[in-house]
Design a protein around this ligand. Structure first.
Ligand SMILES: C[S@@+](CC[C@H](N)C(=O)[O-])C[C@H]1O[C@@H](n2cnc3c(N)ncnc32)[C@H](O)[C@@H]1O
Length: 249
């Protein structure tokens, strides 16, 4: 077997950094291809897997190489308390686009219109994975596969389709845009093929997204409160879909 550091360097340019035990656990669980994984304490990591993730323990046993703390620290931007890091191959864009375009769609696509906060994007991907959404599409300049987003998403990028697209390239389906000026969401049933769009933290929905929207919906909010956080807005909307939505649940 080649030295893990040689394998790390061979993949580091194109691969996705999986930072920490839970991120690696989720990535493996949802089928990520992981060519290299390191830990500062193999025994402790496998014990953690035995306690929390028996289903991936065998895969971890085969993958993990113990490295000194200094080597580990040189591989990651910010050491994680679990001392675990790995690289995964990013799913091909064509496959992700096929998933996003597939009809009939059995769960919504979430669109983040020009999001700015990497932590919010990660939290939304985690929510989308949890609710079984078809995918998360971002518009604008933020890279939804940025290591900080993958860390915030706890490795759940592999459980839903994550891609960046233009507003004019969004998947088909009725477009519901969330905005405090819209109709009350409680009077609306969100269909399984809905495209659910959310605005930027700074400036809300872009003019282009607004122009494409079939419906504007608001989440219940007391007067004088300006808006909710982006990720919490996605959480409420996906929850609303899950209790009122289409036929698949
Ligand atoms: C932090 S808010 C954006 C605030 C921004 N300053 C603005 O002018 O809209 C981010 C996004 O969350 C969603 N959002 C927040 N509060 C909402 C509410 N009460 N109803 C519907 N959507 C909401 C919207 O999609 C909004 O664009």
């Amino acid at each position: 077997m080649t030295d893990p550091l040689i394998r790390w360097r061979a993949h580091a340019g194109a691969a996705v950094l999986l930072d920490g035990f839970h991120t690696l656990k989720h990535a493996l669980r949802f089928g990520a291809e992981v060519p290299v994984a390191v830990t500062t304490d193999r025994r402790a990591t496998l014990a953690l897997a035995g306690d929390l993730a028996e289903d991936v323990r065998e895969a971890l046993d085969a993958l993990l190489t113990e490295v000194p703390e200094t080597t580990y620290a040189a591989l990651v931007p910010r050491p994680h308390p679990t001392g675990v890091a790995a690289l995964a191959l990013r799913p091909p864009r064509e496959a992700q686009l096929r998933t996003l375009a597939r009809v009939p769609r059995i769960a919504p696509v979430v669109v983040l219109d020009d999001p700015r906060n990497l932590g919010n994007a990660g939290a939304v991907i985690r929510l989308a994975a949890g609710f079984g959404a078809t995918g998360v599409v971002t518009t604008g300049t933020l890279d939804p596969w940025h290591p900080t987003v993958v860390r915030g998403g706890a490795g759940l990028h592999f459980a839903t389709a994550v891609e960046r697209l233009g507003v004019d390239e969004l998947p088909s389906g009725p477009l519901f845009a969330l905005d405090p000026e819209g109709e009350d969401i409680r009077g609306t049933v969100l269909p399984d093929d809905a495209v659910l769009a959310f605005g930027s933290e700074r400036s809300g929905l872009s003019a282009g997204l607004r122009a494409r929207a079939d419906h504007l919906l608001r989440l219940p909010m007391r007067p004088q409160v300006s808006s909710y956080n982006l990720a919490t807005s996605v959480a409420m909307t996906l929850y609303h879909w899950s209790v009122t939505g289409g036929t698949s649940r």
